[in-house]
Write a protein that binds this ligand. Structure first.
Ligand SMILES: Nc1ncnc2c1ncn2[C@@H]1O[C@H](COP(=O)(O)OP(=O)(O)OP(=O)(O)O)[C@@H](O)[C@H]1O
Ligand SMILES: [Mg+2]
Length: 156
């Protein structure tokens, strides 16, 4: 497990960007945390680092977004689902084909989702401070994040 504290949305975007450097085609990253903790902010940072152009917004009212990049990036938000039916999963599944995928509110999809290569959990500390935890992740993510941890703590 690994934790880093951020003090602004920009710092959280940077954590996303660093994680993105370790991503490989087919990877699925689960992004957990209460409303407004910065899941979408972190994913936005990752998308930018992967070359997504244009605005990265929350897909809460759609199944998910697919952004053209290298590789393509899928951004899902399962918040509105109480549970996933096989038919709903059939609609969602193509988003994992040929992408790296980020899934907000992943718990409801656990039975269907590919095993995540990393589970990121965000927590509110105060208005502008968030604790970001990385767990169940491949070693390449821990290696990537070591650099942000050092930089984030020297900012304070
Ligand atoms: N350190 C920080 N990191 C990330 N976001 C922060 C931070 N400090 C303040 N914020 C603010 O918190 C909000 C996070 O919003 P965001 O949409 O990313 O949350 P979310 O976890 O995706 O919520 P939801 O569950 O509704 O999708 C933004 O308004 C952002 O500006
Ligand atoms: Mg969100």
């Amino acid at each position: 497990m690994f934790r880093v504290t951020t003090h602004s949305p920009e710092e959280t975007e940077r954590v996303g960007a660093v994680l993105a450097q370790a991503l490989e085609l087919g990877d699925v990253v689960a992004v957990r945390g209460e409303l407004g903790t910065g899941k979408t902010v972190l994913i936005r940072g990752a998308c930018e680092a992967l070359g997504v152009r244009g605005r990265v917004t929350s897909p809460t009212f759609t199944i998910g977004h697919r952004y053209a990049a290298d590789p393509d990036v899928a951004h899902l938000d399962l918040y509105r689902f109480e549970s996933l039916s096989p038919a709903e999963w059939a609609d969602i599944e193509p988003l994992f084909d040929g992408t790296v995928a980020f899934v907000e509110w992943p718990d409801v999809g656990e039975a269907f989702l590919p095993t995540p290569c990393a589970v990121v959990t965000l927590r509110h500390v105060d208005r502008e401070t968030r604790e970001i935890e990385l767990a169940r992740a491949d070693a390449r993510f821990y290696r990537a994040l070591t650099t942000v941890a050092d930089e984030a703590s020297s900012d304070t």
